[in-house]
Design a protein around this ligand. Structure first.
Ligand code: NAD
Ligand code: DAU
Length: 350
């Protein structure tokens, strides 16, 4: 039987890359993108695949259990790749309720729908939950997050993702629902909403706006190119062991301030400005509340068991990313008007 794969959050940053990869690589499969198009969902991200005969878009809320069940039956869904979420830590600090609703209750609604729809035959079925390394907390004393690191979420966002992970494992343990979970480090690349560090700063450098560095810029993140994450999801979806967890990361740690200076160099060069001209835009601002110091993923299980490795060196990926945002100013202009302005003014009071 042909596969019918429901991808939630497919209009978002990572989801759109996953939808593109699956639509192109599996023309015999039906790919259903279920997304309710929050501020972060953007169908412009999928213009190049929307006419593929195997691609379907459905505007729906993952929290709507009845509708999710109906969609599963209508498309005879055999697999779910669940990415839909509220994803920005700063927004979770301002409004934690929507994070609990979407990330915990939304995941529960999908799990229950899958359990009910597949109850008579789970053979060849899979519920793949896409999670984050932030559930492990903050590495204050060195080391790496492995698949067995105890959960220690510290922000409302990571607490809600941890809650969703627990529900996924509980459904596997209690109802034998076939599940797999991956926890990935920070992604970067085209189509990321410009509330996150890299696209926000590229856009601000271009427009000579202040660059709001939280605290002293000493926090460390482990960056992975988004297409490499999508490839990892493909590998895990097809070859991962049911019930298992896989960490995804590129062994690519950067202190924020070093990354910001590297971005400034690339943007200035591509815009024909003198080297380092935009460093004057760096503005140290009040730190994020409860700001996790360091994330670093050990992804050796994924490499050793399933043969996945990142394909891009960071410098190459970052240059590719900067070029994409500079070449796609209309994409940015469209989403940085309207509500974004309100968000920006509330968030950054220089
Ligand atoms: P994003 O915010 O760019 O996209 C989220 C998508 O989910 C949007 O298209 C939005 O419209 C949709 N959505 C939100 N609420 C919904 C609902 N109730 N019903 C249906 N759709 C809804 O997020 P992203 O950065 O692409 O992250 C995708 C997933 O990957 C999330 O689960 C996130 O926790 C996880 N993740 C992200 C990163 C990262 O660096 N961005 C790293 C690791 C894991
Ligand atoms: O680790 C995976 C996580 O990475 C994902 O689960 C989240 O969905 C994703 O948003 C990301 O979380 P971060 O909080 O690490 O990403 P963000 O881009 O918001 O911030 C990266 C770092 O930059 C962080 O240390 C905070 C800092 N920062 C961020 C912004 C937006 C600033 O200094 N200034 C800023 O304006």
């Amino acid at each position: 039987m042909e596969k019918s794969i429901l991808i939630t959050g497919g209009a978002g940053f990572i989801g759109s890359h996953v939808v593109r990869l699956f639509t192109r690589n599996y023309p015999g499969a039906t790919i259903i993108n279920l997304d309710n198009l929050t501020y972060a969902g953007n169908l412009e991200n999928l213009r190049d695949v929307e006419k593929h005969p195997n691609y379907h878009f459905i505007k729906a809320d993952i929290c709507d259990y009845e509708q999710v069940k109906t969609i599963m039956a209508e498309f005879a869904v055999t697999g779910i790749i669940h990415l839909a979420a509220e994803s920005h830590v700063d927004r979770s600090i301002t409004d934690p309720f929507i994070f609990a609703k979407t990330n915990i209750l939304g995941t529960l609604s999908l799990l229950q729908a899958a359990k009910e729809y597949w109850k008579n035959d789970c053979h060849g079925r899979l519920f793949y939950h896409v999670s984050t390394d932030e559930v492990y907390g903050s590495l204050e004393h060195g080391g790496f997050f492995t698949e067995t690191t105890p959960y220690d979420p510290k922000s409302p966002y990571s607490a809600s993702k941890a809650g969703s992970d627990h529900f996924v494992r509980a459904f596997h343990n209690t109802y034998k629902l076939p599940v797999v979970i991956s926890n990935c480090s920070n992604n970067y690349g085209p189509c990321q909403f410009p509330e996150k560090l890299i696209p926000l700063f590229i856009n601000n450098i271009r427009h000579n706006r202040p660059l709001p560095v939280y605290g002293r810029g000493e926090n460390v993140r482990d960056w992975l190119f988004v297409e490499d994450h999508a490839r990892a999801i493909d590998v895990i979806f097809h070859n991962g062991k049911i019930g298992d967890t896989y960490n995804i990361g590129g062994f690519n740690e950067w202190k924020n301030i070093d990354l910001i200076k590297t971005m400034i160099k690339i943007v200035d060069r591509l815009l024909g400005r003198p080297e380092g001209a935009s460093e004057k835009l760096i503005t140290y601002v009040t730190d994020r509340a409860g700001h996790d110091l360091r994330y670093a993923i050990d992804s050796s299980k994924l490499k050793n068991e399933l043969g996945w490795e990142p394909s891009l060196q960071f410098e190459e990926g970052l240059e590719k990313t900067v070029r994409w945002y500079l070449d796609n100013q209309p994409w940015l202009d469209k989403i940085t008007s309207g509500d974004y302005q309100k968000y920006y003014e509330q968030m950054y009071t220089f």
